[in-house]
Design a binder for this molecule. Sequence first.
Ligand SMILES: Cc1cc2nc3c(=O)[nH]c(=O)nc-3n(C[C@H](O)[C@H](O)[C@H](O)COP(=O)(O)OP(=O)(O)OC[C@H]3O[C@@H](n4cnc5c(N)ncnc54)[C@H](O)[C@@H]3O)c2cc1C
Length: 431
Amino acid sequence: MNSSIFSDDFRPEPYWWDETPRTDCDEKVLPEEVDVLIIGSGYTGLNCAIETARAGRDTLVIDSQSIGWGCSSRNGGQISGEIKPGFEELQHRYGESKAFALTKEARNALEWIQSFIDSENIDCDLRRCGRYLAAHNPRQFQQLCDLAENQPRGLEQPLTVVESRQQATEIDSDYYHGGLVIERHCSLDPAKYHQGLVERVLSAGARLVGYCEARSIQRERSGFSVLTGKGSIRAAKIVVATSGYTGSVSAWQRRRLIPIGSYMLATEELDIDRVQRLLPRDRVFSDTRKLVVYFRQSPDARRILFGGRVSVFESDPVKSTPALRQEMLRIFPQLADAKISHSWMGFVGFSFDYLPHLGEHDGLYYAMGYCGSGICLASYFGHKLGRQLQGDTGARIAFNDIPFQTRPLYSGKPWFLAGAVQYYQLRDRFI
Ligand SMILES: Cc1cc2nc3c(=O)[nH]c(=O)nc-3n(C[C@H](O)[C@H](O)[C@H](O)COP(=O)(O)OP(=O)(O)OC[C@H]3O[C@@H](n4cnc5c(N)ncnc54)[C@H](O)[C@@H]3O)c2cc1C
């Protein structure tokens, strides 16, 4: 370990876990049979379970690790309700009305999660703080201005262009060339939100079992038999909610997902004044690079939480920290003396068309592929899927009929990623 950059109490774990340690739910014995078996205990799985359990379906959620161990307790806590492809791109692919419906549906997810958290009274530091989308060069700033001026009709939202000379009100850095404030984006503490979901799943009567990997699924005359690390279980319906961690147990979904590492660090505790000088408005931040970085204050305003895609497959956060810290110092050289107290990573599920997907294939229900915007999308998709599998046709959404594509010879191991990352690094320098 490079001792000079790490604090004495450094932990290679998500900062969020300090306040919200992982729930074990390490029961040894599984029920013989359930109505609904959900594989994966992140936002997708738990929101789905809330729906099925509240509707009276005997529901079990299993996870191969501790409950919520995947992305849902280790993300950046930035909520956007945006999908990666812009309106023009979607229009080109699917026509104007479908492009409208898809963009609107993702925005609905942003509205939905806020009212869900409010109505369920989940204590998770939800803040309607807005996002500063920072331009990494003048050309990108111009593109942000165009975006603000030409919002698709019916999809307008409050956007404020910030010129680089006014930028000090948003960020104490000369790195960016102005930016765009997206007022509706929010922040929360992802692990506290996840814990709130755990409590609601349990009080709805569903069960959670951790350290219980689903290893194979066999179709039976009615329903399925699933072999897990803790024995076999029969289920009438199965939901695959494994996103970036999807493995061979659901090979069809695995062939459609690209797991991409995302890396985060937390600085040690700093003076609140110092943190607030760096990011005076407590917004969430991301930038216009393809290899995006994202950052924010911690909810208590004592730390900077900084994330980015600084590696492809590295799963040891100690090894990825120096490169990530270097990215942070490019933007905030003032943090050169701040030690790193936490560093962690997770695998985000990307799809080939950069859209999230949900539906049913061969009797298995699934929702996944949120491409890094999973807080509200995974929650909303899980919620809708929970209703769909009970036959509620009114719960279908615009994403239901989008084909979930794969590529020839792709089986789930993204051999092409290293080359793609190099290409994007180069592209970000010039475009
Ligand atoms: C570092 C990082 C930062 C991020 N930042 C943001 C952000 O700021 N905003 C945002 O919107 N999104 C962000 N994301 C993405 C977001 O967290 C995810 O899209 C979302 O949490 C996905 O939820 P999920 O429930 O679908 O999957 P996950 O939460 O990943 O859960 C999948 C679970 O499936 C389990 N599993 C896999 N295979 C099996 C099996 N065979 N048997 C049993 N269990 C299995 C895994 O152990 C895992 O716990 C970030 C992700 C990372 C990693």
